[in-house]
Design a protein around this ligand. Structure first.
Ligand code: NAD
Ligand code: TYD
Length: 348
């Protein structure tokens, strides 16, 4: 039976790839995007789906904030929404250190509005996309879904706050909501502020890349379509009220990632600038989650890291108009200058 999925934050990196995932893998379903088009959301990120005659009739875009209950409830009624999958968020740790307030608005209050609308309209399910960062850092072993929630940055604390809203609404009102917690994603259409696209786009222009400290922090890198497949599995087969980790056993240090990017782009080591860690004590050393609970639902990562990293780098090489439009904007350049200026100096 045909379903209508409201994808909030669908003009961002992972949300847009989830729309692509639905259009490819659930041929009967429609996608409705609600996105505030903050600095991180761009209509160019969803233009391929809107202009392709094979998919154009199954995707619709609304501008708006998830905190705006009039807009959220209006879209749900107008489009007869069945499910909400919430990607809308302020999502960058470094920005959260400079401007934590907007994170609370979107990542906590916005989640409440979506939960309230889910209950009010008797929607089938709402899936809240969270992050492995809510657990904080772990030196050895892996976090399970029962590990304590101990966020260390304003970003991860705001995501934990959204999760607590989900938990409370399930228990208090019986709202049919679920949560996923994934590791760091990479792939096409990622905004060039996060490690991989930031470094790729700078290296392509022979600009120095700022590696925090020695670069020995560890992240579990998940290809974006594996994340999307995991979300889709939890949306349809997960148990209401439960959280599911999504991880690829793809742990790598930032230094390893940096060297892989230099190799793929044929650039010299001299472009790497080790800078004093701007996150200081808030910089989580290692993220690692155990995804057995999701694997028990039949999901497993389907992509090889080296192959998909190479494809990702090639995507940025082949789609320069997409990211050059972003990096040319005054707000992008102002953030880079404000955050990195004192570290990169004349290498900015
Ligand atoms: P992103 O920053 O690329 O995209 C966020 C999107 O949300 C943008 O299109 C933006 O315009 C929109 N948005 C922001 N505030 C909004 C608001 N108030 N109302 C409506 N739309 C709003 O982020 P992303 O990397 O695609 O991450 C998506 C989600 O996945 C986030 O919730 C993030 O916490 C989570 N997540 C990200 C990663 C990662 O590695 N990027 C890993 C795990 C979980
Ligand atoms: P990031 O992509 O911002 O994701 P997260 O903070 O959610 O893990 O950063 C990934 C890692 O890369 C993190 O340990 C910080 C580091 N990093 C750098 O060393 N230099 C950079 O310029 C950026 C953006 C990140």
């Amino acid at each position: 039976m045909s379903k209508t999925v409201l994808v909030t934050g669908g003009a961002g990196f992972i949300g847009s790839n989830y729309c692509r995932y639905i259009l490819q893998n659930r041929p009967d379903d429609r996608v409705v995007i609600l996105d505030a088009l903050t600095y991180a959301g761009n209509l160019s990120t969803i233009a391929d789906m809107q202009s392709n005659p094979a998919t154009a009739g199954r995707i619709k875009f609304y501008p708006g904030k998830i905190q705006d209950e009039v807009v959220v409830n209006g879209v749900i009624e107008a489009e007869k929404v069945d499910y909400i999958v919430n990607f809308a968020a302020e999502s960058h740790n470094d920005k959260s250190i400079l401007e934590p307030g907007s994170f609370i608005q979107t990542d906590v209050y916005g989640v409440f509005v979506l939960l309230d609308a889910t209950k009010r309209h008797n929607l089938e399910r709402m899936l809240h996309v969270s992050t492995d960062e809510v657990y904080g850092t772990i030196d050895n072993g892996q976090f399970t879904e029962n590990s304590p929630i101990e966020p260390n940055t304003p970003y991860s604390a705001s995501k934990a706050g959204g999760e607590m809203q989900v938990r409370a609404h399930v228990i208090t009102y019986g709202t049919p909501a679920l949560t996923t917690r994934c590791g760091n994603n990479y792939g096409a259409y990622q905004y060039p502020e996060k490690l991989i696209p930031f470094f790729v786009t700078r290296l392509m222009d022979d600009k120095k890349v700022p590696l925090y400290g020695a670069g020995n922090q560890v992240r579990d890198w998940v290809y974006v379509f594996d994340h999307c497949a995991g979300i889709d599995r939890v949306l349809h087969d997960g148990k209401i009220g439960e959280a599911y980790n999504i991880g690829s056993e793809g742990e790598r240090t930032n230094l390893e990632i940096t060297h892989a990017l230099l190799r793929l782009l044929g650039k010299p080591e001299s472009l790497v600038k080790h800078i004093p860690d701007p996150r200081g004590g808030a910089h989580d050393k290692r993220y690692s989650v155990n995804a057995d609970k999701l694997r028990a639902l039949g999901w497993k990562p389907a992509h090889n890291f080296e192959e998909t990293l190479e494809q990702t780098v090639r995507w940025y090489v082949d789609n320069q108009s997409w990211w050059r439009e972003i990096t040319a904007k005054p707000d992008y350049q102002a953030f880079i200058a404000r955050f990195y200026g004192k570290y990169l100096g004349e290498d900015l």
